[in-house]
Design a protein around this ligand. Sequence first.
Ligand code: AMP
Ligand code: ZN
Length: 469
Amino acid sequence: MKIFNTLTRKKEEFVPLEEGKVRMYVCGPTVYNLIHIGNARPMIIFDTVRRYMEYKGYQVNYVSNFTDVDDKIIKKAIEEGVSADEISRRYIAECKKDMEGMNVKPATTHPQATQEIDGMIKMIQTLIDKDYAYVAEDGTVYFRVKKDKGYGKLSHKNLDDLQSGFRSLQVSGEEQKEDPLDFVLWKPKKEGEPFWTSPWCDGRPGWHIECSVMAKKYLGEEIDIHAGGEDLIFPHHENEIAQSECCNGKPFARYWMHNAFLNIDNRKMSKSLGNFRTVREISKQYDLQVLRFFMLNAHYRSPLNFSADLMEASKNALERITDAAANLKDRKNSAQLKQATAQEKELIGKSQEFVRKFEEAMDDDFNTADALAAIFELVKFSNSSVTQESSEEFASALLDTLVKLCDVLGLKAEKQDEILDKDIEELIKERQEARKAKNFARADEIRDELLAKGIILKDTREGVKWKRA
Ligand code: AMP
Ligand code: ZN
């Protein structure tokens, strides 16, 4: 499996630190609003990377943080007259709902910055002790960039260029820095802001230190993959490398992966430009599987322009997959013949060619667009080779392959069985009759069957009431 590594700017063979295991960290969102579909791009892409690694047999420890202390969260809290904590709690819950809708698996751990302050203070202290950081008069702690000889290696920037850029950008209040390149590890509190006590001043951490600390705590000092959107390469990831490597004395992450932007009218979608569409808005118009398909139909390192036309095309393409799966399921359920014939066995063997193509595409730096093309070849093959005369084994084998490959991409080939109101009423009636006949086992079975379909029953004095979960 080859991964394009931003650090070396090359596709490299993936070799994990520990055989059979992957330690992966993905920078998560700052939670002060509903996430937009630009934020959804890394979520979908790196969830797919994780799923493919799992498909290949790796055990993946996947960590993705929520940044829950930040100027934007504090600003929103002040606007609403509530605590910053309330804002971040609300939008973490909303973000998790969107992730579920997009079929993004929950991370192994979703740490939150505010829960990891002790670790941050410890890492900052180590950096001070090692002379990589210093405390200014007002208690701000800065990282001493020039002392880190490797600085700039991820973003491929050289210190002199950076320096001339920074000199003209220097803002007031930063005169206390030894060097314009130095960045904040800890800053003093401002009136009305959340703060924590530290050896230097009451205050809060800088943004970069949180990821270095959480990656170390949940994955270890050295990790396999560190990922995020390409806007994070500089300064966020460059600074993470500086902090982690200077503190731990070891290389931090082996492979750095970055997704390109989701654009709208060829400009980056972002909250600050106001040109964003939230995942929630999209979910009113489309099943979020369509959004997932739209994202995966492009290579993750290519910019992707959002458009209504592409969403419609994605919807139609996805339907070709779900229709093929539904057709295979029908054939499987209504087949007269159980066992595959010799000729069908040969065709099952042939269908493995699409699996091979799928894997080949995914092994080449997660080329999901080509992987989808392999799935469409399988769809075409299924549509033309499975008929009313086909055996159950044949239809079933093709269906399993289709469902399995789609699942690696987080796409659900089989539509959830929607249960209709009239079927629910029928089952409730049957349950009442079973109860009358003291057949409680059957009554419970019906209740469980409905529950599995998301229907909750409530026995009231006026009879049985039900609702969809
Ligand atoms: P933020 O909440 O801005 O820190 O962003 C969370 C994640 O979304 C980061 O990995 C960003 O790089 C990524 N991101 C933000 N906007 C976009 C966009 N328009 N396209 C792709 N990724 C984005
Ligand atoms: Zn980060």
